[in-house]
Design a binder for this molecule. Structure first.
Ligand SMILES: Nc1ncnc2c1ncn2[C@@H]1O[C@H](COP(=O)(O)OP(=O)(O)O)[C@@H](O)[C@H]1O
Ligand SMILES: [Mg+2]
Length: 215
């Protein structure tokens, strides 16, 4: 039901819990325990915590890649997950894009084709000329225009990070999920890209959930 909250909050998580059964054992280990937070529309929200505290699990639950045991997740006021109501909307039907820690760039594809992937096979597809226009505009925004025709593996770490971000933004997500996006980069690049991420978020006005262990 839409009770008017949709205009204020992109994400609402309430009482989320997830345990894992360890392989070769019947014992359960706790992934996340009673996680609740709200992310207002167009905000940049940071989840900070030590390794193993459940940041990735939380993001994967948001993305629909992991099914929580308890709790509720709303996006734009609509429940995408509810343990009580047995509701679990599939990842491709959630208004999100996720950049995993390893970027998820495809090595067998050119930079352009990596970026164009969601416009060819995603939630919303576009004809060829529109793919070309959107991808070229985005590659320009992230400073990768001149690399369009290179293999993705020929990019540096920072460039791969920008490509992963470009591809995620081309999905036009309501919510962008970033899992330790800077952790594979050296210190100098990290601080540069940290500032860039923030300015992209402001420029595109996309609600962002950013996960890091780095204060
Ligand atoms: N697929 C899994 N199977 C078993 N345990 C898992 C799995 N994924 C995560 N965990 C456990 O859940 C806890 C939280 O992990 P994770 O969300 O990856 O933490 P973080 O991203 O904060 O480092 C850890 O104890 C981890 O070992
Ligand atoms: Mg993690």
């Amino acid at each position: 039901m839409n009770n008017g909250r949709s205009s204020q909050h992109s994400v609402e998580i309430a009482g989320l819990e997830k345990s894992f059964v360890r392989s070769g054992s019947t014992e359960k280990s706790r992934g996340i325990d009673d996680v609740s937070f709200v992310v207002p529309k167009n905000h940049f929200f940071t989840l900070l915590g030590p390794s193993g505290c459940g940041k990735t699990t939380t993001l994967r639950c948001l993305a629909g890649l992991e099914t929580a045991d308890r709790g509720e997740i709303r996006m734009n006021g609509e429940a995408v997950f509810s343990a009580a109501e047995k509701r679990d909307v599939a990842p491709h039907n959630r208004p999100i894009a996720m950049v995993p820690q390893s970027y998820g760039i495809w090595p067998h594809m050119k930079v352009f084709d990596n970026a164009a992937f969601p416009l060819r096979y995603g939630r919303k597809t576009y004809p060829r000329n529109e793919q070309l226009r959107r991808v070229n505009t985005m590659l320009e925004q992230v400073g990768l225009s001149e690399y369009s025709d290179r293999w993705a593996t020929q990019l540096s770490g920072g460039q791969q990070q920008r490509l992963a971000l470009a591809r995620a933004l081309l999905c036009e997500p309501e919510v962008l999920l970033l899992d330790e996006p800077l952790s594979n980069l050296d210190a100098k690049l990290r601080s540069q890209l940290r500032a860039e991420l923030r300015s992209f978020q402001q420029k595109f006005g996309v609600t962002t959930v950013y996960v890091t262990h780095d204060q």
